[in-house]
Structure formats: structure tokens, C-alpha cells
Design a protein around this ligand. Structure first.
Ligand code: BEZ
Length: 345
């Protein structure tokens, strides 16, 4: 009898602990809905999310990640918490995506450039000169074709949430002032390992070298490369002004990161929480683009104050290269063609 009484007391206490921590017990993913001691609203899940990305903490994507975190916390009344792992702390983008697929990391800000090697429709974002400025690229987020491209991640167990833009792409040169595409002839040029970007530089006559962001500084410093495809933000945050003399502000391509999540974790969430995620990432994306667009002049001046020659190159110089991209990539994929048809007007 005494044994039975002890057993029932144990069962009752276990049930009380589960009720206190389980947030309704409706969520099962590893980080999402981790039981939290201070549950703020009865019967609503609490979450301890992890987000990973590759940029340093002063890059726009990290600032956007922090904005996302604060929006999640305030919109959820403290039920959603997030830890951010910047600077490739959790590995390369391929590793991060794998961790998101496995559910050990909840969110990633992953470059469209990397994704273009897994899912060809992301190539569309590298149509040269598809947008007149950053704001127009940002407006494209809400188009049908942009949403369809995000939707292609579904089949990989990923939920594409939104696009976050850093500055547009520019060209940095170690020693040579390149004023026209022909001046690129034979230059060893760092290009992100992504087929459309590599093709663009081949069409300019350069020899593209696939080098991931963390190795770029040493590569240019030691003369392995003569220049790089980059954005002004990363030029500053990675101090490339120390190792390159010329910055051609071509703004030839946009540079979106895809905010993504494990699809099953997203789908298990109550609608209220899905909406908090959707609205928070949207607020972060808007914050990123408005902050970044306002920094263009400041970034140019900063590089110039640090000793670089910063200059423009006219889009007219690249007309044949634009045509080459459209003719080569449009027919390979209906979403790339739809993208070209939507934005080349
Ligand atoms: C790059 O690989 O060029 C890059 C990646 C992330 C942010 C900025 C630049």
C-alpha cells in the first residue's frame, strides 16, 4: 500500500513538471519549444531558437539577425528567444543548411549564391543589372516569381521565409584601375563559388577563382588573386581596403541572403507563432534594406578616406554580358525565365 502511494505521488509530480514546462507539448523540434522555466502565457509554447550565418557581427546581415531576434522576443511576449551564431561559427553554408535540415539549428541566413548550386532557380537573382537599385530589388521580394523561388526549398525540407539584401556587388582590384570589361582580361579574380557569377566573370575575360569569404583577405594579400567580386559592406567589415587600391562601384548584381527554417518545425507551430516568425523576419528584411540603402554614400566615402580610389562604371559597358546571361540561363529553368521577363522591362 505504501509502495502504491509513493508511485502515485511520483506520477502526479511528473505530470505537474510536464504541465509547467511543456508549453502545451505541441512542439517537438530540438530547439523550438525547448521547455522553459518561466513560461509567460499558460498553454503557449516557448522557444529557444538558434540562428546561424557567415558574416561578421558588423555586417548588415548580423544586424538584421539581431533585429529579427528582438522582433521575435517582443512580438511573442518573451516566449521566443534566439541565440545567433555569426561568422561561420557553425561551419560553412553547406554545413549550416545540413544542420537546419537535421533540426539542430532552427534558422539560417544563407546566400542565394550558395543556394544556386543546390537549386538552380536561385540563379535568377544573379541576372546582371536586373534592378536599378537596392530598393527595387527589395520590392521584388513580394513578387510571385520571388515567392516561387523560395518555395523550391520545400522539397529540401526547408522553409524559405524571406530575402534579406546586403549591398549590391562591386569589383575591388589590388593594383589595377579597371575602367572597362576588356581591362579584366587575364585577371585572377575571386568570385563566390556559384555558376552564374563565375560565368559572368568569364564573359568579362577574367579567370574566376572560387574562394570562400574567410580566405579572401589572405588570397589578395599574397597575390593569389588580383581582385574580387564583393559588396561595399563586406569590403569595410573585412578590411579589404588594406589590401586593394581600386573599387569599381558597378552594382552589377544584387546579393540576397535567404532567411530559412526547418520546414517541419515551422509547420508544427501554431498559426499565431508562424505569423510572429513571418512578421518578424519581414521587419528585419525592411530594416536591412532601408538601413543599407542609406549607407551607400557613407561606405564609398569610408573606403575613399581609407585610401582606395572609388569610381563608377557605366551599365552600358556590360550590355553584351547581360544578353549572354539571359540567353544562357533563361532557357534552362522556367523560374529564371519568368524572373528575366518580370524584371527586364
Ligand atoms: C561573399 O562571399 O562575397 C559574401 C558573403 C556574404 C556576405 C557578403 C559577401
Amino acid at each position: 500500500m505504501r509502495k502504491f502511494k509513493r508511485l502515485s505521488l511520483t506520477l502526479i509530480s511528473a505530470a505537474m513538471v510536464l504541465t509547467a514546462c511543456g508549453g502545451g507539448g505541441s512542439q517537438e523540434s530540438s530547439n523550438a519549444a525547448t521547455p522553459a522555466a518561466n513560461q509567460t502565457e499558460v498553454n503557449k509554447p516557448t522557444y529557444n531558437f538558434k540562428l546561424a550565418h557567415i558574416t561578421p557581427t558588423d555586417h548588415m546581415w548580423h544586424l538584421a539577425a539581431e533585429k529579427f531576434k528582438s522582433e521575435l522576443e517582443s512580438r511573442s511576449g518573451g516566449r521566443m528567444k534566439m541565440e545567433i551564431y555569426p561568422n561561420s561559427q557553425l561551419g560553412k553554408e553547406a554545413d549550416m543548411v545540413q544542420q537546419i535540415e537535421a533540426g539542430s539549428v532552427d534558422f539560417g541566413l544563407i546566400t542565394a549564391a550558395y543556394l544556386s548550386s543546390r537549386e538552380p532557380s536561385f540563379t535568377a537573382w544573379f541576372a546582371p543589372y536586373a534592378f536599378k537599385d537596392l530598393q527595387s530589388a527589395n520590392d521584388a521580394r513580394s513578387t510571385e516569381v520571388a515567392k516561387k523561388i523560395l518555395g523550391t526549398l520545400d522539397s529540401q525540407g526547408l522553409k524559405g521565409l524571406d530575402y534579406l539584401f546586403a549591398g549590391q556587388r562591386v569589383m575591388l582590384f589590388k593594383n589595377r584601375e579597371v575602367l572597362k570589361p576588356e581591362d579584366m582580361n587575364g585577371l585572377k579574380f575571386r568570385v563566390t563559388p556559384s555558376p552564374p557569377l563565375q560565368d559572368f566573370y568569364k564573359s568579362l575575360g577574367a579567370s574566376p577563382e572560387s574562394i570562400a569569404l574567410p580566405e579572401v583577405y589572405a588570397a589578395v594579400q599574397t597575390g593569389v588573386i588580383d581582385g574580387m567580386d564583393m559588396d561595399l559592406d563586406a569590403a569595410i567589415t573585412n578590411k579589404y581596403h588594406e589590401v586593394t587600391k581600386f573599387a569599381a562601384v558597378t552594382n552589377h548584381m544584387v546579393w540576397p541572403a535567404i532567411a530559412m527554417m526547418n520546414k517541419a518545425s515551422y509547420e508544427k507551430m501554431p498559426d499565431e507563432d508562424k505569423k510572429i516568425i513571418d512578421d518578424s523576419i519581414k521587419a528585419a528584411a525592411e530594416f536591412a534594406v532601408s538601413t543599407r540603402a542609406a549607407q551607400e554614400e557613407e561606405f564609398r566615402k569610408e573606403l575613399s578616406d581609407k585610401g582606395m580610389k572609388v569610381y563608377d562604371m557605366d551599365v552600358a559597358l556590360f550590355e553584351s554580358h547581360i544578353k549572354q546571361f539571359d540567353e544562357k540561363y533563361g532557357p534552362t529553368n522556367p523560374l529564371i525565365q519568368e524572373f528575366i521577363d518580370t524584371f527586364r522591362k
